[in-house]
Design a protein around this ligand. Structure first.
Ligand SMILES: Cc1ncc(COP(=O)(O)O)c(C=O)c1O
Length: 389
């Protein structure tokens, strides 16, 4: 079945046969001989005992996400960070090494630096756009390769099949955080990755009204990650799972609108004299435009750019927008603007931010699904404002 159909389709085995999976607000379930047996056999994950382990609404969402990502199994978590942390803590322990890139969401970078290092895990940062550099970084201690695709906020693209070949040559797992791409624009597992991670707070949720995360992988990998997730307690709430099942039904429609609007906005910005540089994989000027065509089925809703002026001009520009709201986060139906330097990447020191290339005046737009003319007019008016101001 095509992804559009998988997004919409839902079947429940409820006796009343509802069209939608209900939200099950129950922390616990009546025990039976079967549940005792599953617990005794170490199969507690597959039995309804306690909602930190399993909940029918969350299980329906996991099932749907696994099918959408062409994976065997999935683990829903309380946030994208809980997904990233559960994944990393499943694979990495004292003496192990993580090979990753500095091109990461600030929270992920901060988790690696402030948590993993403290556990005696070493980190090798590489250029995620160079499979050769990734291969050279692998040592006997390497236990996991983790990259974002598309990266936050500079929208770099990683060559997933090339990195998967490197990882598998060394019998290592390759994990990809595909939050920016969503399951509609990219299929990391089909491209060769072993694990895909999402912050479902973004495109999958799509309405800026919930926090959640998801890991999709083989059943064995998911069982391990589920164990870590339940021990640390980062399970998804069934209300968030219910909202996500609803959001998934329009994911393909929303992503098509995000892709179209963002390309039009990126083209407009690139042609504007106040704009110094635009990063967008769908523009011919993106250094990896050709690779983006192979890796992505749509270029996404994120556009990053820099003005000619200083960050004060950037702030004035953001504050004079009317349709677009100044807010952190991304992936919702509404267009949001922020400066990663002091929002998504504020966890990093000035030196760390400079090393990734995130400078104070860099502006990140999460282009929504409004009418594109209203967005372009709003941006145009705000840009003219700083010119005359
Ligand atoms: C690429 C990426 N991964 C992970 C996360 C963390 O997700 P959450 O905020 O749901 O914990 C974010 C948040 O912005 C992100 O952009």
């Amino acid at each position: 079945m095509r992804r559009e159909t998988l997004c919409v389709m839902e079947k429940t085995d409820e006796p009343s046969r509802p069209v939608n999976t209900p939200a099950y607000f129950s922390s616990t379930y009546h025990l039976s001989d079967d549940s005792y047996k599953k617990i005794a056999d170490g199969e507690g994950r597959r039995s309804y005992v306690y909602s930190r382990w399993r909940n029918p609404t969350t299980a329906a969402l996991e099932h749907k996400m696994a099918r959408l990502e062409d994976g065997e199994n999935a683990v829903a978590t309380s946030s994208g960070m809980a997904a990233v942390a559960s994944l990393m803590l499943s694979f990495l322990g004292e003496g192990d090494e993580l090979v990753t890139s500095r091109d990461l969401y600030g929270g992920t970078f901060s988790f690696i630096e402030r948590e993993l290092r403290g556990l005696g895990i070493s980190i090798r940062y590489v250029d995620c756009t160079s499979p050769r550099e990734v291969a050279a970084a692998i040592s006997d201690d390497t236990a996991l390769l983790f990259f974002e695709s598309v990266t936050n906020p500079l929208l770099r693209i990683v060559d997933i099949p090339a990195l998967a070949a490197v990882a598998h040559e060394h019998e290592l797992p390759l994990a990809v955080d595909a939050t920016f791409a969503s399951p509609i624009n990219q299929q990391p597992l089909s491209l060769g990755a072993d694990i895909v991670v999402h912050s479902t707070s973004k495109y999958i949720g799509g309405h800026s009204d919930l926090i959640g995360g998801m890991v999709v992988a083989s059943r064995d990998i998911c069982d391990d990650i589920w164990g870590t997730m339940t021990r640390y307690g980062g399970c998804m709430d069934p209300h968030a799972a219910f909202l996500l099942l609803r959001s998934l039904k329009t994911l393909h429609l929303r992503m098509a609108a995000h892709n179209d609007n963002a390309l039009a906005v990126a083209r407009f910005l690139e042609g504007h004299e106040q704009v110094d540089r635009v990063w967008y994989p769908g523009l011919e000027s993106h250094p990896q435009h050709v690779l983006a065509g192979d890796m992505l089925e749509g270029s996404g809703g994120m556009v990053t750019f820099r003005l000619h002026g200083d960050d004060g001009d950037g702030l004035r520009f953001m504050r004079s927008l009317e349709v677009v709201s100044e807010a952190a986060s991304l992936g919702g139906v509404e267009t949001l603007v922020s400066m990663p330097y002091n929002t998504s990447h504020s966890y990093l020191s000035a030196e760390e931010r400079a090393a990734i290339g995130i400078m104070p005046g860099t502006i990140r737009l999460s282009v929504g699904v409004e009418h594109v003319d209203d967005l372009v007019n709003d941006l145009d008016r705000a840009l003219e404002g700083i010119q005359s101001g």
